[in-house]
Each structure stands twice: as structure tokens, then as C-alpha cells.
Ligand binder design. Sequence first.
Ligand code: ACO
Length: 402
Amino acid sequence: VIDIRKLYANTGRFTFDPGFTSTAACESKITYIDGDVGTLLYRGYAIDELAEKSNFLEVAHLLLNGNLPTASEYQAFSNNITRHTMIHEQLAQFYRGFRRDAHPMAIMCGIVGAMAAFYHDSTDIHDPHQRMVASHRLIAKMPTLAAMAYKYSIGQPFVYPDNSLSFAGNFLNMTFSVPAEKYIIDPVVEDAMEKLLILQADHEQNASTSTVRLAGSSGANPFACISAGIACLWGPAHGGANEAALDMLREIGRPERIPEYIARAKNKDDPFRLMGFGHRVYKNYDPRAKVMAKVAKNILDKLNIDDPIFDVARELERIALSDPYFIDKKLYPNVDFYSGVVMSAIGFPTSMFTVLFAISRTVGWIAQWTEMMEDPEQKIGRPRQLYTGPTERDYVPLAARG
Ligand code: ACO
């Protein structure tokens, strides 16, 4: 008979940390979070300053390479991205294998993984140059693949990339333009899109990024790793929360109904949670949510959209933040609380919300994957477990089991 306590005693140091609440799995120079204060830095730069002054491609360069680009570095990086915005024409055929009503995240998991079947050179993970090319391919092609998933779902023809546009502008054009009409990109919408992409680009070792690192630690190719990250992001406790948060706000519908939902969130016997509230690391206001609330107000004002959902969100936040339950548990709005309001104002259906998150987070995922691959000490990730099953038993033949 195995004495489990003795077994673990013999393995040396052994920590039991379900949910990894206090275990660091890697060293990283990319993103810093101080959850008690509510600070988020990309390579040392504050997220609110980047959202205000920078653009997504500049931030992508920063996350991947460690520095804000000089003018010539920016031009070279931008050229490297735009030259990869097209996808292999045969990859476009894959969409027809999906039902039109498939969730676009289901399509993204499949299509991004399938890229490994097209870009064989990029699967040479031991060549730094090929790793860089794979990063550029993924960052550049994600908007194209995502816009195609959307177009497929509504039965419209695919729109090809236009490299004369900004990163955000090109994505908006591929998503919303139709061949028969000229689509004019509203600068307010383009700016909101850029900010949305910047705010969600990286967030250190969250569930999807850890998934990418774990998948990559076995030597899997980058497309397979990012596809694994997309699958993890889809969950409602992670990237799927933006979709769930907007659904919840729409369900609440008007400020008078808020107390009913607050009461449900506080009730231990009700599995309901306020979506877009709470965070594993932030025990203070999520700095991304602060910026997102401003972006939401700006886009609604400038586009003259009278969406009662924004009022519901603000009132819900006000009531929750003065309620002892939320105060004691340090539950504040997270990035997903207001991002749904912004995406909805831009014109995206809720099913596309997590897809937009994936476009943005691809930069963080691939930056983290690259950092891991550059580490000469890198090992395969292999968590241990605390076994609680039966001790050794004798096999009983089927006929004798009663
Ligand atoms: N509404 C009501 N109560 C909540 C909420 C919420 N949104 N979030 C946490 N709590 C409560 C829990 O019931 C728990 O109470 P207890 O101590 O009495 O058991 C306590 O606060 C701590 O919650 P945990 O689930 O243990 O915290 P954890 O760090 O594991 O979870 C998470 C964090 C998953 C984000 C959680 O707050 C949640 O489910 N929020 C809603 C979903 C969401 O918005 N996700 C987006 C996260 S951000 C992102 O992925 C981009």
C-alpha cells in the first residue's frame, strides 16, 4: 500500500498551488502588474500613457523587441507586418467547411492552427529569424482571418487587406466594407479600435498566455501555440467575459434592475457573478478599465449614440463599489466591463468581441513565446499533482466482480 504522505515527502520540495495563485512559472521582462496599486506597464511604460500617445504597431514593436521604435525601425516593422497581411488563398477555402452560424472563436481556433500547414518555414522554432517571421505573420494575419470569420458568418464576400490603411483601419475596412460601397473609416472609431488593441495586448502570465507558453515548452510550432491560446481565451472567466459582460448589461437593461443583480452576485447559492468584475491580480481598479471607460464615453458622445447600456454600466459600477461585499473582496471593474460597450458602439456583434481580444493578445502571446524560446534554460512545462485517488489495488477478473 502506498503511503501518499511518504511518497511526496521523498520528492523534496513540493508545493500545492491550484490555480497558480502564488507560483511564478517563468521570469519575464515584458509586462509588469502591481495589482494592489492598479499599475500595468509594458516594458516599463504605463498603459494609460501608451493608450493615449502611441499606436498599436508601435506597442507591438515595444512588446516584441523591448523598445519603442525609432522612426526608421517603425517604418521597417510596419513594412514587415503589412507584407504579411494576405493569407494563402487555399486557407480561405477552409471557411466553407464551417457552418455559417459557427462561433467565430471556433473558426479562429481551427484556422490559426491550420496556418502551420501553410507556412512550413515558420515552424522552424530553433531559427531566430524564422521565429521573427512567424511573429510578423501571426500579428499581420490575425485581423485578416478574424474579418473573414465575420464576413463568412453574415454571408458577405471576403474583403482583402488594404496596406495603405493603419492596422486598426485595415481591420475595420475588411470587417465593415462591402464591394458595392465605399467605406469611410471614422477617425473616432479608428482611434477607439487602436486603444482597444493596445489595452489588451499583453497581461503577463494570464491563463491564455500560460497556455501558449506551456504548449510552446514542448517545442510545438507557433501557430499551434497561438491556437491553444485562442482556445483558452474563449472561456467566460477569461476573454469571453467581455461578451458575457455586455450580455449581462443588456439583460439588466435599466438602472432600476441593478440591485436585483447585485443581490444575486452576493448570494453564495447562486452561481451568478457580475461579469467584468473581479480579477486574480488586480485588487484595485484595473488601469485598463479606467481608460476603457473614457474610450466608451468618447465614442458614444462623438457618434451621438444614446446607449442606455453605458448608463447601466456606470450605475452598476457606482453601486458595487459602495457595497461592502465588493469592497471587502476587492472586486473592481476589469478591462472587460467597458470594452463591450466600445465594441458594440463600433458595430461589432458580441460574438466578435473575444475575437478582437485575440487579435490584440496575439502580440503578447508571441512576445512571451519568443522570450521563452530565447531562454537557453527553457524546460518543458510539467506541473506535478497531489494524488488523491485509491492506493494500489489487486485486479479482479470481470466474472468475479459481482
Ligand atoms: N461577482 C461576484 N463575486 C465575485 C466575482 C464577481 N464577478 N468575482 C469574484 N467574486 C467572489 C468569489 O465568489 C469569491 O468569494 P468567496 O471568497 O466568498 O468564495 C471571491 O470573490 C474571490 O473570487 P475567486 O473566484 O476566488 O477569485 P479568482 O481570482 O479565482 O477569480 C475571476 C478571478 C475569474 C476574474 C473572477 O473575479 C470572475 O469570475 N469574474 C467574472 C468574470 C470576469 O470578469 N473575467 C474577466 C477577467 S479579466 C480578463 O480575463 C481579461
